[in-house]
Design a protein around this ligand. Sequence first.
Ligand SMILES: *[C@@H]1O[C@H](CO)[C@@H](O)[C@H](O)[C@H]1NC(C)=O
Ligand SMILES: *[C@@H]1O[C@H](CO)[C@@H](O)[C@H](O)[C@H]1NC(C)=O
Ligand SMILES: *[C@@H]1O[C@H](CO)[C@@H](O)[C@H](O)[C@H]1NC(C)=O
Length: 496
Amino acid sequence: MMKYLLTLLFALAVKGCVGQNANISNRYFPESFLFGAATAAYQIEGGWNEDGKGESMWDRFVHDNPSRVADRQSGDVACDSYHKWREDIQLLKELGVKLYRFSIAWTRIMPDGTPAVINQAGIDYYKNFIQELRANDIEPLVTLYHWDLPQHLLELGGWLNVQTADYFAEYARVVFENLGPYVKLWATVNEPKTTCMNGHGWGTHAPGLKLIGDGVYQCAYVQLLAHAKAWRVYDEEFRASQGGKISLVLDCTWAEPASDSALDAEAAERDLQFNLGWYANPVYRGNWPQEMIDRIANRSSLEGYPFSRLPEFTPEQIDLVNGTFDYFGLNMYTASLVQWQDDSPISIPDYSLDKNTNNYVSPDWPKSVSDWLTSYPSGMRKLLNWVNNKYHPSEIFVTENGWSDNGQLDDQGRLTYLQSYLSNMLDAILEDGINVVGYTTWSFMDNFEWHLGYTEKFGILQVDFNSPNRTRTFKSSGKWYQRLATTRCLLDQCVD
Ligand SMILES: *[C@@H]1O[C@H](CO)[C@@H](O)[C@H](O)[C@H]1NC(C)=O
Ligand SMILES: *[C@@H]1O[C@H](CO)[C@@H](O)[C@H](O)[C@H]1NC(C)=O
Ligand SMILES: *[C@@H]1O[C@H](CO)[C@@H](O)[C@H](O)[C@H]1NC(C)=O
């Protein structure tokens, strides 16, 4: 009787717990699952011109015209992680994560981006950092490029010049040679779509170009060649001795059909192809999505072009790019509702007219401090299924996912967001059988959020940017994530 009562009480307790969070999974994450956190060099390091570091296009972009950043701030000091790296590692350890995703500043290793000068101090900095991570039982996931192109390479044409792909491969080789013995997980280029759209289409990010009809496609083409060349360098020269994995990291907003009409479903599918397929298809299948090839060729022709604004891969380039993956790196934050619309008349060339969908967000979705970021947790599970069905990756890392607010310590909005997105990710793993093996939340700590400066905060740890000490403090979400990393359970209690 006593045993029965206890069981009943336990069942009620679990049920009560689930009841409060009706949609949150009460199952455990697999034991092998890697919980982690993510950052990027320019957003946290500071030390922008120290110890031989060269100037990046972000250094130039913010110094030249501070009004390009919402609060006229820069990443000159940021979280001062360049100096506070030992403390960061102790905090990661306290957080209980087994994986840390960070990026290398190309300009610390090669100050002007070319192999003419290799800066030993930069190599040493990252070598010490990585060895200290490993000593604390934290696996590094190292991104080679998180948007901070050397300024000199920008002056050579940056991501619009195909030669930049060769410079990237040279940089990658130097990094593999020096740091490869201590790294098992690499990411080549982070979020090429966002760099190309924001930096070369809308002009809100460095280098501030507004080339929405053609620059965005050329940028995608060069970044894919760069990724592929770096991947081949690893595959041919380092894989056998170093035994790591290397892939591209792609970001995607889930596209939810605005209604159950076939046309809205078609528009949502096209939206995903123009966002994720744009980069994933060449790498996982060998070429741009056919629908992009057809639509852009068509409109280019009607606009008077003798060729498509979407650059064509040569057969050699297809062989170069096709198959350059070991895992799928996915950054996922938000969703939009997508509605079919009639093709727009021919006017000025524009990516949005090529894609031609009507995207908006539902007023029912919780909104962060940012316009683009709303919470639609089931989009995570749906997108993982879409990726899995299209590209059949052997494993997926969710390399970014997070929520922005004003930086308050009691960040219940972020906690709820993370809990519900992670629950959908867990359902994708346990219910749909998708092999998501690790997750690095964005972000480990508040940092320089590009053109938004310090006006928006993504950290599960707070950083006091008013203190020269840049004091770090766990937020509510950080304490919650710390418990999750230890218990592998999203609620107070889980069942097997
Ligand atoms: C890409 O590689 C795969 C696997 O080797 C192959 O089946 C496919 O035909 C290739 N795609 C192209 C466009 O060459
Ligand atoms: C290309 O344009 C023609 C003529 O406007 C149209 O009939 C056809 O459907 C278009 N194809 C695509 C893929 O947009
Ligand atoms: C500096 O920050 C660390 C932790 O981030 C904290 O322990 C220390 O008390 C801070 N010192 C000052 C002077 O604020």
